[in-house]
Design a protein around this ligand. Structure first.
Ligand SMILES: Cc1cc2nc3c(=O)[nH]c(=O)nc-3n(C[C@H](O)[C@H](O)[C@H](O)COP(=O)(O)O)c2cc1C
Length: 296
């Protein structure tokens, strides 16, 4: 520990530093073998829905140049398991972590019910996933249409009045700023961006897609410049904070996001390659800041 203060306040919640995990790439039960979750500013948990979801059939992961494709389809044990005494949220809170609970739904009602349950839980913040490209209904259906995104945000906000609501935006749109403005107007306390980009790989021996579902979401270093551009464009017009993600695998990638206007940064795919990536990136960031202060 360097002792420098990197704390940030994200819509009323104090993060001890600006580095978080990205939803779906951290699990308390696996990742806490590598580092204590309270070392990061925030742990964003995998999307949970009101009922358990099985996700998509395999294969649902494929490697790509500079990243990976996934079509997990938000497999999760359901919100009651997540909130149970042996569930992930309790474990994380016991370990002293700041937690952002990511929620998913097929319908407005499902999103609202999930938000209501999280609102009366120990979670510090709620992340509304309106951008998953891997589910047939819900997800992108809301995230692609500024009006639908705004309407859903307004409705969900009514069901979780006491908790900051972060809306997770999709890059799979013509103009992400219109969706960002719409959710801000509807009451979002912050936005997180970006979710994965729609993509596909074809197995040239079989002549068919590698992923059983066909398409998937592209993540990792390959999407970083796209994410930086989108954060930059949104930061120019938004009043609410931006939590940026997309291909962060070293401190410099995080710094690019800060210069683009983000208030905090999340690490996703890099942690699938190396589970310790978020804490290593944090340590590297601290060192860079100290070096700059000392004129090195
Ligand atoms: C395997 C996997 C699962 C994911 N699951 C979720 C999820 O449940 N909810 C969500 O909002 N985003 C999910 N994402 C998207 C990430 O949180 C993040 O927005 C995206 O991967 C870009 O960041 P990265 O390039 O650092 O991975 C998932 C990504 C991956 C790779």
């Amino acid at each position: 520990m360097t002792g420098i203060d990197l704390s940030v306040n994200i819509c009323g919640v104090e993060w001890k530093n600006p580095i978080a995990t990205a939803s779906g790439t951290y699990s308390y039960f696996e990742s806490s073998r590598y580092y204590k979750p309270d070392r990061l500013g925030c742990i964003t948990t995998k999307g949970v829905s009101i009922n358990p979801w099985n996700g998509n059939p395999g294969p649902r992961i494929a490697e790509t140049y500079g990243g990976m494709l996934n079509s997990i389809g938000l497999e999760n044990p359901g919100i009651d398991a997540y909130l149970s005494p042996s569930g992930e949220l309790r474990m994380l809170k016991k370990a002293g972590a700041t937690v952002m609970a990511n929620i998913a739904g097929h319908t407005v009602r499902e999103y609202c019910e999930a938000a209501e349950k999280i609102a009366s839980s120990e979670a510090d913040m709620i992340e509304l996933n309106i951008s998953c490209p891997n589910v047939e209904c819900g997800g992108l259906v809301f995230g692609r249409d500024p009006k639908a995104a705004g309407d859903l945000t307004k409705e969900v906000k009514r069901h979780c009045p006491g908790k900051p609501l972060v809306v997770k935006l999709s890059p799979n749109v013509t103009d992400i700023t219109t969706v960002a403005l719409s959710v801000q107007e509807a009451g979002a306390d912050a936005v997180s961006m970006i979710n994965t980009l729609l993509g596909m790989r074809i197995d040239t021996m079989a002549g068919k897609p590698v992923l059983a579902k066909g398409s998937g979401g592209l993540s990792g270093p390959a999407i970083h410049p796209v994410a930086v551009y989108m954060v930059y464009e949104c930061a120019k017009i938004l009043d609410i904070p931006i939590i940026a993600m997309g291909g962060v695998s070293k401190a410099d990638d995080a710094l690019e996001f800060f210069y683009a206007g983000a208030k905090a940064v999340a690490v996703g795919t890099a942690a699938i390659v190396d589970p310790e990536a978020p804490v290593k990136i944090l340590a590297e960031l601290e060192k860079k800041i100290i070096d700059r202060r000392e004129g090195k």
